[in-house]
Write a protein that binds this ligand. Structure first.
Ligand SMILES: Cc1cc2nc3c(=O)[nH]c(=O)nc-3n(C[C@H](O)[C@H](O)[C@H](O)COP(=O)(O)OP(=O)(O)OC[C@H]3O[C@@H](n4cnc5c(N)ncnc54)[C@H](O)[C@@H]3O)c2cc1C
Ligand code: SF4
Length: 493
């Protein structure tokens, strides 16, 4: 433990941000790293408590809290405090293949479970993690690690999101020959084409891919497996296959007028915003510039759409959320170390307040009809209020329309950010794997094999729509299982 009294002496300080009004001028990252001397004080707040819930990744009250990668948080906090940055990096890399991604986009399940958070603010685990890995890159400590011995086994990973990348990295380091197939132009999955650049600069992904290539991973991009290459060909050529295709089927909005021009799924819209930025061809020329935008979905993807539309110069932006607003403070029924079910104000909403004077979210509301103009483009939406009603038979609470609460709102761009309903059918069909009623690729509990000989799966494809940290954790666990399958044993972590 670095400093026994650190948590008493120092208060929590997170990385500063460029002000909302300034940062909306571009799509650049907007957090300002802290000086190392200040970072050491933040690490000194870690109490090295006897039971570090921060690294547990366990279910508490039905929700996960603590790091799913079981990052050795108290250990690297101690190393930062003592100025042993290289050692901190070594401990961090033991459990996390890509701290530069999680240090930017992870919602920090660890901090929710930090013991300091019991009666004060938690340790800045997320920012500390990013500081360690960026220090490692800056000082040249992160160099290609080329395996000394190759096993002669060949593995195909389908999909290059964080799950596919983590599985590929683990198995390549073990000495297997790994080929990653990706249908998009660049590797990264939703890291590249979903999460906006201001949250995760695309050069950060390119830097990691270059390193993995130097280490021996073969990336084949622009290849849609099951369409461009038959699954049988892959199965014949490789000793094992891992499906890391994500949960890419978006939940639709089945209302009259859905076929209007100007209505997009959020991920398609966000992907084009990134393509424009990195100079790739777009699928649509439409942007939010000068438009009244409505976003269906009050979650994180909806928030990314708010931030993107504001940067594109929208006239107004509204985010509709079906559910009631969460409380501002933890409820008594939601104690530490459970994940806090509280209303957070994310960066996009902060920017909307700065530009338009109000939080863009309207709760307990949805769209029941889309109204077209004479050219077939959206001109307004009819919204309706919702209220929770208990179903007497099932006991479940569902949101029901409030009669007579309809309202017409002007809208020239509607973005649907209502979540995803599982892996795309053609991928599952081409490999002959079964799907669950939730649309994910079926596996046994705690297992990554699909039931089809030598075909495994990990990440959102198996778990359903989730988080980058979970995708990395699944990619690692799946890699261990594949290693056991190929070699008869595995010493992988
Ligand atoms: C807009 C948005 C913002 C998000 N923001 C965050 C965030 O801030 N923090 C966070 O933790 N999580 C966030 N998430 C969730 C996170 O991005 C996902 O949970 C994570 O990327 C899942 O990783 P994955 O590897 O399983 O799948 P994906 O990242 O979806 O990657 C799957 C890849 O497989 C490829 N593929 C699919 N089928 C084929 C095929 N047949 N042939 C070849 N390639 C194929 C796809 O093109 C894709 O590249 C966000 C999600 C969205 C949609
Ligand atoms: S990966 Fe996420 S949960 Fe794990 S230590 Fe980093 S910020 Fe915390």
């Amino acid at each position: 433990m670095g400093k026994p009294t650190g948590f008493i002496e120092y208060s929590r300080e997170v990385n500063l941000s460029i002000s909302p009004r300034e940062r909306i001028r571009d799509f650049c990252e907007f957090h300002i790293p802290m000086e190392n001397s200040e970072r050491q004080k933040q690490s000194a707040r870690c109490m090295n408590c006897g039971v570090p819930f921060c690294q547990s990744g366990e279910l508490f009250g039905g929700m996960y809290s603590g790091c799913p990668l079981h990052n050795l948080i108290p250990e690297w906090n101690d190393e930062i405090y003592r100025g042993n940055w290289k050692q901190a990096l070594a401990r961090l890399r033991k459990t996390n293949n890509f701290p530069e991604f999680t240090g930017r986009v992870c919602p920090a399940l660890c901090e929710a479970a930090c013991t300091c958070g019991l009666n004060d603010l938690p340790v800045t685990v997320h920012d500390n993690e990013l500081a360690i890995v960026e220090e490692g890159y800056e000082r040249g400590w992160i160099q290609p690690r080329i395996p000394a011995v190759r096993s002669g086994k060949r593995i195909a990973v389908i999909g290059s999101g964080p799950a596919g990348l983590a599985a590929a990295d683990q198995l390549n380091q073990r000495g297997h020959a790994v080929t990653v197939f990706e249908r998009d132009k660049r590797p990264g999955g939703l890291l590249m084409y979903g999460i906006p650049n201001m949250k995760l600069d695309k050069r950060v992904i390119d830097r990691r891919i270059k390193l993995m290539e130097e280490e021996g991973v073969d990336f084949k991009t622009g290849v849609n497996v099951g369409v461009d290459v038959p699954a049988d060909e892959i199965l014949n050529e490789y000793d094992a296959v891992i499906l890391c295709c994500g949960s890419k089927t978006p939940r639709d909005l089945p209302v009259p007028g859905r076929d209007s021009g100007g209505v997009y799924f959020a991920v398609d819209f966000l992907s084009d915003a990134t393509r424009r930025l990195i100079g790739e061809p777009v699928t649509s020329d439409e942007t939010a510039k000068g438009k009244d935008v409505i976003i269906i979905g009050g979650g994180d993807t909806g928030n990314d759409c708010v931030g993107t539309c504001i940067r594109q110069g929208c006239k107004s932006v509204i985010q509709l959320e079906m559910m009631p607003k969460l409380p501002d403070e933890r409820a008594e029924t939601n104690p530490w170390p459970q994940w806090p079910n509280v209303c957070k104000v994310d960066y996009g909403q902060e920017e909307a307040v700065a530009v338009f004077g109000n939080d863009p979210r309207i709760y307990q509301t949805t769209v029941k009809e889309i109204v077209k103009d004479e050219d077939g483009n959206i001109k307004s939406v009819i919204t309706v209020k919702l209220e929770p009603k208990k179903n007497k038979k099932t006991g479940r609470t569902v949101m029901k329309e409030v009669a007579g609460s309809e309202q017409e709102l002007e809208c020239q761009l509607l973005l649907i950010a209502a979540g995803f309903i599982g892996c795309q059918d053609y991928v599952a069909r081409s490999f002959g794997v079964e799907k669950t009623p939730r649309g994910t690729v079926a596996t046994k509990d705690g297992d990554y094999s699909t039931g089809v000989e030598k075909v495994f799966t990990a990440g959102d494809a198996r778990r359903g729509q989730s988080l980058v940290v979970w995708a990395i954790a699944e990619g690692r666990e799946c890699a261990k299982q594949v290693d056991e399958f190929l070699m008869g044993y595995s010493n992988m972590l």
